[in-house]
Ligand binder design. Sequence first.
Ligand code: IVH
Length: 746
Amino acid sequence: MTPTEAKKRIAELRAEVVRHAELYYRQAKPEISDRDYDKLERALADLEKEFPQFAKKDSQTAKVGDDRLAGFSTYRHRQPMQSLDNTYSEEEYRAFHQRLAKQLEREALSYVVEPKIDGLAVSVTYEKGRLTRAVTRGNGEEGDDITVNAKTIHSLPHELKAGRKHPVPDVIEIRGEIYLTLEEFQRINQEREEAGEPVYANPRNLAAGTIKQLDSKEVARRKLEIVLYGIGFCEPSVAESQSGFLELVKHWGLPTVEKFWTADGIDEAWKAVGELDKLRHAFAYGTDGAVTKLDSFPLRRAAGSTSKAPRWAIAYKFEPERAETKINAITIQVGRTGVLTPVAELEPVQLSGSTVSRATLHNRDEIERKDIRVGDYVLVEKAGEIIPAVIEVNTKRRTPACQPYKFPGKCPECATKVVQLEGEVALRCPNYDCPAQIVRRIGFFASKPALDLDGMGGIIAEKLVERGLVEEPLDVFGLKIEKLAILNLGSNDEPRIFGEKNAQKLLDAISHARELPLARWLLAFAIPDVGEETAHDIASLHKNLEEVADSQVLKDYVELDRLNDEMLRNSPASKENKSKSDEEKDEMRPEWERFKSAADDLGQRLIDAGVAKPAAGENPVPRKANTKVGPIAAKSILMWFQSNRGEATLKRMKELELNPVSQQSSSGGSAFFGKTVVLTGTLENMSRNQAQEKIRALGGNVAGSVSRKTDFVVAGPGAGSKLDDAKKYGVKVIDEVEFQAMIGVT
Ligand code: IVH
């Protein structure tokens, strides 16, 4: 290659690498595989080495990918977070050792080999054992402050377990990866598919997209996990080796790598890499390689690092297993909300230890983008090492018989014309009575997190609908043993009868579901935007379905959101209104003030009632209060109960005598929920302690003195000045009999 050609190629490669680094790190929406990205970056680095006159200090090859986003405040790492050199070849892996041995002038080097976790890098700081901050890698020097979101990760302790043998330092930065389990990844993607939203290609992207959400409530709904393995800044020093540090991390109660190896020399390390490759598929997180690090911290310091990565570590990346196979057909699945999902029916092929015969193609756009046709030979890979995905078509093997795929214009199940809703990628069957949708709805209704109707698996639901025994999920509560026992699960020619025993088991599960708490039912109705967590939150605010259907709290949540929106719309200082004249801005001011104060009033009222928390930070304004349920879910649930479907559901529930109550029924809708109560005088049937406990269990607060903010005074014989205060402030006074009735004791 001539220097002129090299210069041009370097410029091209740089632009490509920068674009893909942006897609990967900042947007979590890569267009190419990690392997292809590594190849691009390597090609650029090689050329820069060969033609140093064109190398640039700030080339992507010399710095870490930047993940910082607008909307987050940044935080400077006490010790920079670097990247890792990586390789796919054993030869280069061994050359890493040779280089180090030469530099450190010693042949015998001990290493630690760890899984390379396919998540997103994070640094968590503990000060005197308390979690104070979580920050993304950012540009290595400073990253986005994601503390609030990271605190929603259940496995991340807010406090380190200190011990005599493993004391906690004053300040420590611990490095690790945030990831999503396969189960969670599939759950969320399925939800997104159903909602007509684009799906994430692998768990890493979804985890990255999640932690960078501005709404931490949403983050909590997606159950992120964390694994910690590295040490950053630490004062005073606590460990002198990686293996020692990993043991400490475990003692402190932090989640860490499932397994690591200590190896004397590169041969042993290479053996460990091989062992890891065999074990890694059983790990909770996706792994894309093995990280080999010098064990000794003093030796690490001696080895030092380049601008991008330490010289004392290397990542050996496993080649993603891929296979070529033929698409025999494309079938269409109709989901619970009518979304049509195309599925590639593949010629079965072995991939990473299992046979793959189907892969989702997600939606019509995806088929068009990759130009996937029936009869094509395609490359399949397991996305995030787990889920089979069609990567690309091998167009060289394409025959003229392979014609572009025509997405059906009608639902394959009920022949209704499909529609595309605005802003959605998905096509949907709009027929609510489409048998496929009913079957899916029943499947969801019966699923474990919903009503857990064991035995109501796919085929049973399908046959119940096919034979006309069930037309909507609630119909299962009307099923009778006589008909259920003789349900034919086979065909007319080859009947297969469900049987009395199985039927009874299913009916037992159905009868058990009658007693399930409100939250499970709210989930079972499959109301848009209401997932497990939200269903629980909603249930905790209400006593029963009727209360939810006409919920003042939810209406208040929606109203608070509206007031905030209006305030912003009328704000003379907002970006949108920047171009307005000073006069126009002056005119807007009173409106802005009006919405601002209304939002503050409502926010404060919700905080006082205990159904919202003040926003984070010092001196937060009440209008920014964190409501227990987000406005989107609140709106969705109110709309659902007002819709024909919601009304019919409530009516049918009554007919079937189904009346689920909140587990905190006691708390959720109780008269004391979020209320401040003062006790005065003596109670005859319970001690004051018992009464206090009961009020707290019902979600109320017990105060010692009466003020304007008191909601109730419970007054027994001998009540004194508190009763006078109650009268003065106009606070409601109840006696013990009323109190007992309100707490459900008669
Ligand atoms: S050590 C200074 N160990 O991979 C070197 N990194 O591709 C710090 N990663 O930036 C890295 N698993 O985010 C290390 N067991 C592991 C890892 C690991 C995943 C990430 C890390 C790093 C990236 C480089």
